[in-house]
Design a protein around this ligand. Structure first.
Ligand code: BEZ
Ligand code: FE
Length: 295
């Protein structure tokens, strides 16, 4: 940056350059780089939008309300990042996978760290509500070999679109959550209830913004997974019901073609008995492929 900007007075024309020059002694080089890009892009946006003073104040108040609603359970800035597509973009940048490895998607706010480790095949639907579902598949490496000892942390909303943590006292604690570990064949299987679409928390400024933009707050039905195994990159992802009404318009842009699973309705009583569920049930088969950690 030239001295001209370093000591120059601020004008509409040179605004970004003057601010960037003022930050040139940033103690952290990365911070300096981040603030330079943000400053340039923000000034560019303001120059294109030409907000009135009232509009700019409205933007400030939106950010103020976004902060004010945050608490231990509610992170409205993450929701904002989600509905702007930024969470998915950061996820994509940080999870570039080799071909054949399963794709990642957003973690979301409803993961709990201390879900119980359960025997393979357990029914995670503790209140037995909803349509029975049998979920199974394999954890593989990119050569198609099974991964033994993989840890599969799974959580899902119930048949009304609520997670247990949203309905304390209504759903049992740890309803529709479980941690499983694969054996030598890399297989996993468990029983649950067919999930339903649900709205992201939309009673705050982000929900209001979605409404003003003519957007709905819904996420299509899905199951969350974190799959971890020694020597492999951890995979945070979902599988989705392709027949869900919101499959093409996820409020947080989390859907990827490769994460569409088939939720196959099975009427057969013998198949139900084998899966230890009542007929009819939904059979969901999905393999996950982990990428090896780079040495
Ligand atoms: C979820 O899938 O749990 C979720 C993701 C982003 C925002 C809200 C919920
Ligand atoms: Fe979810």
């Amino acid at each position: 940056m030239t001295d001209e900007h370093e000591h120059g007075y601020f004008t509409e024309a040179n605004s970004a350059e003057v601010v960037v020059a003022r930050n040139k002694n940033a103690k952290d080089q990365r911070l300096g780089q981040v603030m330079e890009v943000i400053t340039r892009k923000l000034h560019e946006a303001v120059k294109e939008i030409e907000p009135t003073q009232e509009e700019w104040f409205e933007a400030i108040m939106f950010l103020t309300r976004t902060g004010q609603i945050c608490n231990e359970w509610r992170q409205e800035y993450i929701l904002l990042s989600d509905i702007l597509g930024v969470s998915m973009l950061v996820d994509a940048i940080n999870n570039r996978k080799p071909s054949g490895a399963s794709e990642s998607t957003v973690l979301g706010p409803f993961h709990v760290a201390d879900a119980p480790e359960l025997p393979m095949g357990s029914n995670i639907c503790l209140d037995r509500k909803g349509e029975p579902m049998f979920v199974h598949g394999r954890i593989l490496d990119t050569e198609g070999n099974p991964i033994a000892g993989a840890k599969i942390d799974v959580w899902q909303a119930n048949d009304e679109g609520f997670y247990d943590v949203q309905q304390k006292g209504i759903q049992p604690d740890f309803n529709l959550r479980g941690v499983f570990r694969t054996g030598a064949d890399g297989r996993y299987w468990f029983r649950g209830a067919k999930p339903k679409y649900y709205p992201i928390p939309d009673d705050g400024p982000v929900g209001k913004l979605l409404g003003a933009l003519g957007r709905h707050p819904y996420r299509p039905a899905h199951l969350h997974y974190i799959v971890e195994a020694e020597g492999f990159d951890a995979l945070t992802t979902h599988i989705f019901d392709p027949d869900d009404p919101y499959i093409d318009t996820d409020a947080v842009f989390g859907v990827k073609q490769s994460l569409l699973a088939e939720f196959r309705k099975v009427e057969d009583a013998e198949a139900a008995a084998k899966a230890k569920v009542a007929a009819p049930f939904y059979d969901v088969e999905f393999d996950f492929v982990l990428s090896r950690k780079k040495k």
